[in-house]
Design a protein. Sequence first.
Length: 749
Amino acid sequence: MDALIRDLALILVVAGVVTLIFKRLRQPLVLGYIVAGFLVSPHMPYIASVVDKENVQTWADIGVMFLLFSLGLDFSFKKILKMGLSPVIAALSIVFSMMMLGIFVGKAFGWTQMDCIFLGGMLAMSSTTIIYKAFDDMGLRQQRFASLVMSVLILEDVLAIVMMVMLSTIAMGQNPDGSQLLLQVGRLIVILVLWFVVGIFLIPLFLRKTRSLMTDETLVIVSLGLCCLMAVIATSAGFSSAFGAFVMGSILAETIEADKIIKVVEPVKNLFGAVFFVSVGMLVDPQVLLSQWFPIVCLTLTILLGQALFGSLGYMLSGQPLRTAMRCGFSMAQIGEFAFIIASLGLTLGVISDFLYPVVVAVSVVTTFLTPYMIRAAEPAYHVLESRLPKKWIRRLNRLSSIQQSSETEKSNWRTLLTQMGLYTFIYSVLSATVITLMFRFVLPFTRNLHPTWEFHWYANAFTGLLTLLLVSPFLRAMTMKKNHSPEFKALWMERRINRLPLVFTILVRIVIAMAFVFYVVNYLSRFRNALIVCIALVLIIVMIFSRGIKRRSIRLERMFIENLRSREIAAQVSGRKKPLFEDRLLDRDIHISDFDVPEDSRWAGQTLYKLHLRERFGVHVSSILRGHHRINIPGGQMVIFPGDRIQAIGSDEQLRLFGQALRGELIDDDPEIEKREMQLRQIVLSPDSPFVGKTLRESGIRERFGCLVVGVEEGQQDLTAIDPTRVFEPADILWVVGEAEQIRGLKE
């Protein structure tokens, strides 16, 4: 225990000092943690070192789990679905290109197959934390290209989770077999759908029932408990604990309590996250860095040039013009926290070489320092390219965005209908298969063991079969009937007679799938002939379709799921925190909406919009002001700005940049003599020759001239007498005065 406390004290003290220095130098704190880890490692003999590395590694594993839990809290399935195909295309193309490039570079150095595969995974992941920090420091966070980058980074984080599962599968088998990977991907998708659907049913219901009991203390305990529970379930299912933590975070992200959970969990995540990054720095060996300087330089150039090229191409393929694509691609030229997590996974599984970890850390440090310069280099690089390429090529490349946007709006009714039918069929198939598996795994053995005779065995089978079919009937009914009365279905049915046969076929296919589930249940529990089983299955499906009770239950379950899924969105609309629906339409005209928080010490606070002249100075329009839980839409010129307000402004990238720069820069200067501002309470006895004698409080000018406040007059009783402004001061009056020490001294003199 002594060693544990000593190690923790050493880690936190050194990390605290180093991160303060990095904060002063305006560098990412992640780098400060890595440097602190190097300082407390055995590789630095000049100061004290960590004694028990195993305990530190345990804390680091917990840190990874909480980091991904927090990442899940910022993740939203609905947000991903609303992004459309553009960010998906960009993310997939960038990750695939950079991974292949990393594998190729590793092969060129003659590294092992596992080293090359894990290296490709590390190089494919840009750092969300570092890029966000760079955008914030450079005043670019409100620009349109920055929002595009953040959308792709969210998808990259999801792909990183999938990649960790795939790399674990490859490492376990030591052979990246294609069928094994496909099986694992399919298993992962099924488990994700199951966890998400069941979680959206149960978790919001639990939080809603216990909402009146939830304080900050109980909420953080419940949230972390759910995180650890899902981590245990994921480990039991053959996945990593970090993956389970991410899934639970993404489920909680859809609840009303999500914002509050993020706030209360933040200190825990920061503590264990710091320990994780310190443990990363402890593995940095200077001898390895010196011996591997050439791979470090090559990998750094690979990331800088690879992201500049493939990142820009990825954004162009997603429909962005050349200039925007280059600004986005150049911004992603670094690796960060997920590279460390993937490297830790490789070391834990024992499949990568020891030298790879410090090499990746060194590359991350170098590329992090170069990130602001790469972001600034995008514009000059575009101008150079513009001057070299034919004008016809530039016009065609810049026209890609409008082509992409117009093609996305031309979605046919067939595409929408088939996509929705396929999605519902897949989700309800997963739920039905899960219910059947649980019933056969737990309920069937229990009922059979109630009585050991063979005759009772069939009764147990019949009871379990009927109960199973009763439980899956809402899912099977929804599978067969969902979207059969949708506007798309009706439009296609009435449009042309030739559409009716394919539409009927879509219904028949889903009926056959539902019949297959019933067929499996009956066939598993009985020995009837196949023809009889099919007939029974058909009859049961027809009963399910036309049963009003099952229909009501199916609709009730679906409404409960939709209500839980939209609970956070509904709360945002009610509280006025959701942006207006016209926001996306502005993007076609090179203007967009951005949020700006008014600092507490802003000079704008207390001023009206009319006096600030925002439209004349910056060309922006203030569409809304968010104050607490209230939204003030289209504020007038007499609207006063308060500290903590969130201003929603409409303008171009340059206009919003100047607006945000002025808002953050026009602050009240810090008081260099803050220590002298202490308020004191003092007695003042009026002498006969005092200039205040014979004057009233109003005539004395004590408040106006000296900045002091007379709180009362002492007249011998226990309580002070509240002074009347018209009372005339007399000699020997005892005044109690409040003010700063210097002001009271001047008053006495």
